[in-house]
Each structure stands twice: as structure tokens, then as C-alpha cells.
Design a binder for this molecule. Sequence first.
Ligand code: FEO
Ligand code: CA
Ligand code: CA
Ligand code: CA
Length: 770
Amino acid sequence: MTELSPYHEDQELDNNASNNEHFRDILEQRISRRSLITKTASGAVALALASSLTGCGSDDDGNASTTPPADPAEKPKKLTFKPVSKNLDDIVTVPEGYQASILYAMGDPINPAYAAWDDNNVPKGPSFMYRSGDCHDGMSYFGLNSNALNYDANASERGLLVMNHEYINPTFLHPEGPTKVNGRRPEEEVIREVNAHGVSVIELKKDKATQKVEIVKNSLFNRRITASTVMEFAGPAAGSALLCTRFSPAGRQTRGTHNNCGNGYTPWGTYLTTEENFIGYFQRSGSDEYERTPEEKKALKRYGLSLSIDYLYEKNPDGSPKKNAKGEIIYVLDQQGKKIPNLDDQDRVAYLDKNSRYAWETAQGSYYAQDMYDRWTADVTADEADQDYRNGPNTFGWIVEIDPFDSRSNPVKRTALGRFAHEDCRASRLRADDNLAFYMGDDSRGEYIYKFVSDQKWDAKDVNGGYAAGDKYMNSGKLYVAEFNNDGTGQWIELAYGKNGLDEGSSAYPFESQADIVTFARLAADEVGATRMDRPEWVAVNPENGEVYVTLTNNSNRGTAHALDAANPRNYSDPEGGKGNVNGHIIRFRETGDTTTAESFTWDIYLFGAEASMAENINLSGLNDNNDLSSPDGMWFDPRGVLWIQTDDGAYTDTTNCMMLAALPGQVGDGGQVKTSSNIDTFAGAQVNDENLRRFLTGPKECEITGVTMTPDYKAIFINVQHPGEDSESYDAPTSHWPATQTDSGNTTARPRSATVVITRKDGGVIAGA
Ligand code: FEO
Ligand code: CA
Ligand code: CA
Ligand code: CA
């Protein structure tokens, strides 16, 4: 198999073949508790208030906070830290006066019974149930109330840090890289890989005087959620036939979460993890194409699990494709996927010579039952769907709620929020007079932006409500997809059974229920004509005005397979090769009437990624050497209103490693109309300068910077370094030695490992403060 080479996100296929309209086509056609919460900006500030106010109440759940919190640090008027220069150093570089420490690296134990990581003695697979997973990604800090042992949004000295482990870098996870024996992955390696996925919950303590942050290794809160942890389903698809498997014939449970990328958190104190490129973990055999209904094939194809016709050939004894007299491969199926009639089924070897990304389905169960590995083969192998894993892929691609304070209950997959390549899930501003909403991106080329509007308005009494609060806010509501118009406005189109043409007669898929719609949300969005975007990654909500920002990281197909439009307006060449929207952009929108229930919005493009030296009609935001960036991905508004922007780049990496910048944005409409180098008119935010956008840090070699959160006192900021040295060809020839290089700049032997970094000021001051 070739899949053992490092996985890159850009390898994900574009599966959106809809003909949805683009802007260009259109163009050418032509202090009471309540009021305090209400007025509060949002995010963690509002959360802090809500939490402490709840603590004052008679319905107190044990929150010890009895006085209003100290005023959170004010939003800085301008950025004054010394910007970090672009560089290719194998280290995390932070501004003068700041210090970066490694907190939690791949393989580090979360329980004192397990030995420290040792490059030369890689721990056994099962021990990764008690060790850090790989490829750290989205992350949130939850203050811990020392008396009640529950959520306290004001607590900075004690808290739980919760983070995703998106995927793995098998080259460095195993003693000598990944192996295969007689076509099968060794079970020991597969267990290590499954356990290195998922989520970590770790307790932290911070010294009030020095700001030094450490992991509390013997905390009862420390735990790992992996790609085999049992999870519940809730919402419209729970219990539907689409989710039934041999593991859960009733369609109420599944095992594991994987490819957890961006994240989110709820105002009641739970963590939201996202299932992004989940589909590549499943294998389908060529013969399965004969077993599926046309509807099933439509859905499998739209989610990237169609069979590649190229692989469906007759096979010679050595495995090579059999050819006819003309030297052409003899296909079992024709190019339309139809059976070739004059071949005898008996003689055919419908053969898909391709395992899933990590080939977990090939393991032979000894430590675990075989069923643990069979579940990765999404073939029809039995009479009924509750006897095999044909529906396995339908049990992933959801938003998963995890209560870090409750280790007894199973995490819950919230199906009302739809199934797609989820990246990030951000709560709206907290207002007692507005419905709670969650904004989400589907990260693939040409995919969509969604929102889920809860039927419920936020009630601060629900802080510390756990999964019951999740049931209240996340099981019933309206799912929408965004359509951007070329005039700077847009619509939210509801994805509901029986509305907007979503029913048995839809051309995209014969929807029979809301369960069908949420499970195949991409097909529903195709049907209603949503706008195909340049890979929607993270979402951030501005606490000052509720505006919603979405990173559109890049799109090599923009201007070719995906037509240009005002919201995705650039197609140009990178000096080092590559075309399309090379450096990405950040779009933002404001709901009409500033209410989450609005079905329309206005938008502009806050920021265009570019190299500082590029032409003005590409570098449309006026970036300079202190703030130029490429491929924005991770993004978060801290509660003061500072926007943190992180990059996952391949287009500017000849000049600089990936980075994080701090920003102080204005609002939708603060710029004006511009024309891109592709001659597309669009709406740009005000040009930036280096007082309102500057580079805060750079990462080590071949990494992505992703995941950002802070303690509520703004004195410690956490970021993740994902996959340093990811282009290394072998475990014994690493191209990065980070994190060892952070303290030992001359290290030339250590394995690179993904890790969480905590950054504090040497004077103990506020991050990005005065
Ligand atoms: Fe996992 Fe879309 O980044
Ligand atoms: Ca990402
Ligand atoms: Ca990315
Ligand atoms: Ca470049």
C-alpha cells in the first residue's frame, strides 16, 4: 500500500460535483443577570459572567464564586509587542519579553504510573490510553472550581485543557515507522494508532506569581478519548436505520471519534470536537459496488467513498491489472460504473487494491476481538445492515460533545448539526434575548458554511448542565447553509425535510426524513444551491459585535474547476508554483438585525493572505513583512476581542515556517469595493497595518500552528505545534528535532513530536497587553 507515506490534508478529494451557482454567474445574469449577560460581548467573557452570576444564585450548583469577577483585561488599542520575523528556524519563536515552554508532547504520560517518553523505547500501543495522542489540534481551557470540582470560567490557577489529536505521523509514532506483514498491519501498531487519535483532557495548575503552568499528573480528570471510545448519538439521526451497525443494531451508539480538527466549547462548560477527514479511515471493496442501491452510491460518492473505477480491474496472479490484446486494462465496471454485460461474474475479480489510510481493517484481532478491526471495512457483508459495518462511515462526520468534568458518561454525537468534514464549531454571542447558534465550516475544496440555530435561548442557569444542557440546546433547532451573493449580501437556507425542495423528489438525494438530511447534509446543501467556498476551516465570533469570521485556507481549484465569485475572488500563480487561491482569505459576515435567527447577512473579506511582495491586486489587505501570511486556518477571538490567526501553509514555506498572528479587526463594511487580479469585483475590509495585525510567533520546521486558548486572566496562552518534520522520509532521518530543539538548539537526533506550548510573559503580564 502507498498510504503509509505521510498523510497531508490537501490529499482529500474534492467531492462536490454540484452545479451550484457562483457569484459570477449571478453577476453576469445580473445589570440584572439577564441584561448583564445580554450586554456582554460574548465568548468567555460572557461565559465568565454567566458562570459567576450563576454562582450567586439560590440554585447554586456549588460554584464558589460569590463576587462579580474583576474586569477582564481591556482590549488593547493597538498591538505593541515586537513582531516576530519570518524564519525557518526549528523552534517556536515568540516576541521579546515572552517565553515558550513545552507542556504536553506526543507520548507524554497523563498518569504517574507510566514512564516518560523515550525516543529509543517507544511505549506499547495500549499505554497510549494514558499518553498524549499525536497531531495536536483544536484546544480549549476550562477553569476548574476547586471546591465544587466543576466548571468555573474565572479560574486561571486550576483548569482542564482539552485538545484534539487529529491524525498521526506513523513515521515517528512507531519504533521504526509503520510496517505491514503479509499485507496486514500488526495489531500492536494499530492499537497505538487508534489510541493516538481522539481527545486529551489534562488538568493544569498555574503559579499565580510566576505564571508557570504544569500538568497535574495524578489528576482524576486526566483521560483520553480515542478512536475506540464508546459514544452516544443524539438528535434527528439517532436511532435511524442509517446509523445501525453490528455494534449498535439500534443505531444509538458507535465507537470512537477520529480526525478531530478544529473545535469549540459551549457556554455550559463542555467541549466540542469535530470529525473532519473521517472518510479516509474506511475501506470499501470493489465488489461492494454491486451490493449498493443507487441512493447509497450517491451518498458514498458525495462523502468521498466512491470506488475509483480505475481500481476495478481483472487481476493477474501477481496482482497487476489484466490487459486485453490492445494493452487496455479489462475493467469490471465501465466508466459509468455499470457492469460490463458480456463478462461472467464468476470470472471476475472485482478488486480494489487499496486499503484505508492506515489500513486498520487489515489487523488480526488478538488483544481485541476481530470486530474492532472489521468495523473499518464499509462493505455489505451480511443480509442486514445491523449485521455488518456498511453504515460505519455514517457514524462519523459529526460534532461530538465531551463534558471534561464528567468521565462517567459517554461523549455524545450531536446529529442535529449535520454530517460533513467538520472543522470548528463556534457558539454565537450569549444573549438571553437571542437563540443560541453554532457556526461551522466543511473543510474541503468547494464546500459550504453552515449554522445551527437552537430552538432555545441561552439561560445562564444551565452552566455546568453537562450533557443534559447539550440535549436542551443541541438536539432541536434549525440547520442552515450559506449562500453568498455578489452584492455583499447573503442568505441562510434552511435544511429541513419538506422545505426548500428537500424531500423524496430532490434531485440530489431522495430525502425521506430529517435523519436523511442531517446525515447527508452535503447533498441537501447541493440541492438548495449553497455557495462553494475555498475550504472553510475555523470560525470565530467577535465578542464586540457578534460578527462571524471564517478562514478559507486556500483552493487550488479556484478559477478552474470552481468558478471565481465575489466571495472566492482570486486565482493567481504562486512564484514557487501552484495556482488558484494560493494564500487563502478570511471572510466575515454580520447577521441582519444582529440576531442569530436571521436568514440573511452582509459580508466582506476581512483579510487576504499574500506574500508582502505580491502585486497590490493580490495583496489586497496591504500586508507587510511584519504581518504577511499564507493559508489562515486556526482562528479564535479571545474574550477581550483580540483575534488570533494561525497558518497551515505550503505556499510560503520556502520563506517562513507556519505562524500565529494577533489582530484587532474592525467590522463588516469598514473597507470598500476592490478588483482582484482575476478581474473580480468584491468587498474588502479596511487595509491592515502592523498595529492591528502582527506576527506573534513562528513554529518549527514543517509544522502547522493550530489550536489556541488562554487562561481567563490572559496571562498564559496555549498553542499546538502539529506535525513538525512531517516531510521526513524515515524515522531515522528526521527533518526536525523539535521539541528537543526548544531547549537544546544543537539537538540533531531527537524525533520530532507534536506538542502543546504554553507562552507567558517574563514579567508575568497580560498576553498582547500593555
Ligand atoms: Fe484539519 Fe481542515 O484542517
Ligand atoms: Ca485545520
Ligand atoms: Ca488545514
Ligand atoms: Ca510562495
